[in-house]
Design a protein around this ligand. Sequence first.
Ligand code: SAM
Length: 229
Amino acid sequence: MHIDIVSAVPELLDSFLNHSILKRAQDNKTVEIFVHDLHDFADNKHRRIDDYPYGGASGMVMSIQPVEKAITQLQKERHYDEIIFPTPDAPLYNQKTANTLSTLGNIIILCGHYKGIDQRIRDHFITMEVSIGDYVLTGGELAAAIITDSIVRLIPGSISDETSALTDSFQDNLLSPPVYTRPAEYNGWKVPGVLLSGNHKDIDEWQMNEALRKTQQIRPDLLSDDLTE
Ligand code: SAM
């Protein structure tokens, strides 16, 4: 998979992209991730990428010109399956969307800043808009990082135990059951005996019951979600 992230503050993504699973996935060529500085595409001598909003509202707006140049230049290199704009005024991002995106070949993620981007970019270039939650961040970099991480960990080759990602919360409309590791007893707190029993049928049943119990208690809304939507 190939991911291009267009950002006004590319440094924000440095550490994130160069550690842990994302680093390993790039090192073993499971994914290519390129971060592009939006200022490099500005056709003005001060490399400005923002301007005042029409209508006299407060804040600044990300201009069309550098974004258009960045996207059209990238499109000369390859066809993109989706051009994604993370923004609070969009449908909520979830695991189903991550699953879908993880099967694509090439995507662009455009990080917004200021009051947002000129609406005409959204109308003419963006193919998918997602919000990562009902709160407002300063810029789209954290959202781009979240989207990238959630996609890449699903691509075979990214994590050493591939079935692990498939048994995470949300994959089957359930939260993940509790997990334990050694020692079997600590400060008198014991690991549930069934997990030490070696009986895989009983363990599977316990995990399923715990996942259901947690989901009913914490996120009952998930149980009514249609997995095929
Ligand atoms: N004026 C916008 C609004 O109220 O909807 C918020 C703009 S925000 C300060 C700047 C940028 O951060 C957005 O364009 C978007 O790219 C990113 N951002 C902020 N919150 C986000 C969220 N919840 N989900 C996805 N992206 C977000």
